[in-house]
Design a protein around this ligand. Sequence first.
Ligand code: 3PY
Length: 248
Amino acid sequence: MARRRIIAGNWKMNKTPSEAVALCAELKDLVKNDAVDVVYCVPAIDIVPVVEAVKGTNVHVGAENFYIEDKGAFTGEISAPMLKDAGVEYIIIGHSERRDIFGENDILINQKVKKAFASGLKPILCCGESLALRKAGTYKEWIERQITWDLDGVTADQVKELVIAYEPIWAIGTGETATADQAEEVCALIRELICKLYDQATAEAVRIQYGGSMNAGNAAELLSKANIDGGLIGGASLKPDFGQIVNA
Ligand code: 3PY
């Protein structure tokens, strides 16, 4: 079964609402491609204007974070029902910046994955190793452990709708990219793990992205690999280059 490619921008903490609308207008024609799912994952304050700005285009909107409760005394947080009501379809969960800077652990990440599915949001679940783990040669065990924990209690039918982003931390915001072979090695390992945890049909359905300094220059080679179904794009998603990646 052919998996549909998914190219998602992770805007991180960039773009004010008016800048976000201007970026949508700049990218509108460049990201046209009906064979690919194109997603902009944007800061919470940009969601409403971006949903409006991409109406009638092929772009889907994602959020970068949410909390597991529906409502209540959680100052500063945003809930899954709020995101759904605003028109959000995808949600990034477990990005290394949330794990490292905001202390999110695999218990919370697992709760978020389950809450996202229960709320009708499609998770983009991030995993990846530090430079130290890569150098120590224990990165495969690390990633297997992350995914096993993060998917605890998640059903095969849900995993078929899941997107997993392999993002080596040493390639995030460093300009350093994993080679296409390094990225493919881990994406293939993730698919094998999903087969072990679930079954072959689920492994064939789950979409796996590479993330970590993917750009217009390296996207075509990365995306040519058998187990890489798309990209989660940082800095290059804020530029016209994003259109080149969508069409790579
Ligand atoms: C990057 O490419 O820097 C990312 O973190 C994408 O999520």
